[in-house]
Design a protein around this ligand. Sequence first.
Ligand SMILES: [Zn+2]
Length: 381
Amino acid sequence: MEQAKTNLPALDADEILAGVIKWVEIESPSHDGRAVNGMVNQVESEARTMGLEIDRTPGRDGFGDILICRTPWGGDGPGILVLSHLDTVHPIGMKETKNPIRREGDKVYGPGIYDMKAGAYIAQHAMRHLIREGKQTPLPVTFMYIPEEEIGSPTSKAMIAEEGKKNKYVLVTEPAREGGKIVTARNGRLQYTIHVKGISAHAGARHMDGHSAIREMAHIILKLEALTDYAKEQTCSVGIISGGTLTNVIPEDCHISVDFRIPNMEAAKDVMAFVEGLEPEDKGCTLTIVGGIDRPPYDKFEGITKLFDHAKACAAEIGFELQDLKTGGGSDGNFTAALGIPTLDGLGADGHGAHGKDEFIYYSSLVERCRLMIRLMETLE
Ligand SMILES: [Zn+2]
């Protein structure tokens, strides 16, 4: 028995790390479509070597391509969709300057290593391992790689929903949280831009003729920010403002961009009704309000609870306790969960510092997380 075991392919942390580092070396800021495509090329060539079927959709609006890699088995039947993104928030050059790629004890640093080069690689490596073992999963597995998740997946969200609907389960390889917890719910996000059109006038001689767009916007900002309610997990942040031309001119225009995080669909509807129903206090001003749901809320419905329980049992078998949590940030998992497809998120590596310059993963989490992914692929039916 022992003799036979030694002939099985090993799941080797150093091999996984080497693969992760190769991906981190290819820096891929969301807005640099060519750089992101460098990552797409890398992932595609590895997937081809593994014998996966490739479907690559050219990017648009300057973003990278959308890559889909499917197992050659299982046909078109509903299966498992593994969702990863290949972009990062970091500009080119971070790997040599602010966050050099390096290992310090259990911590391995590098731009985008935690969010989410490691998670994306771990999932691919799980499939590589199964193929080396000569195994086929009961369900077909589709890997989908998103080129611009970090800015809200504007060019890929429709395709994510389309692929999601073809599958029974969605596994998202975003970073693990707080000591390895996975994500089973996320707040949703609403985004609005508001423009106030006022009437300009000389700020001294004809002040009475003016209708200040900035003053009107000031009222609106306070009304919107007042929707923040931490107890309800609802927040509003007016993140960008611009307006006016000169100090001696009553401003004719003012623009803001607003970010709302909402716990569920009901809260989303309330906020949308409030924002879209805003009326100017100064009747000389007019409002233009554009926006709505950017990422729908990701609620832990029954199908997600069942899928989580299954993952928890897999983890127990491997030898660790899997816990879950809800997080405020959004991911592509929001799109599939909102469609009612059981979605588990946060299946990537454990670490810390997403989007920061001290971003790192724990080397010790690589094999454990890869094993969990392998067992999910092997056991989901
Ligand atoms: Zn991410």
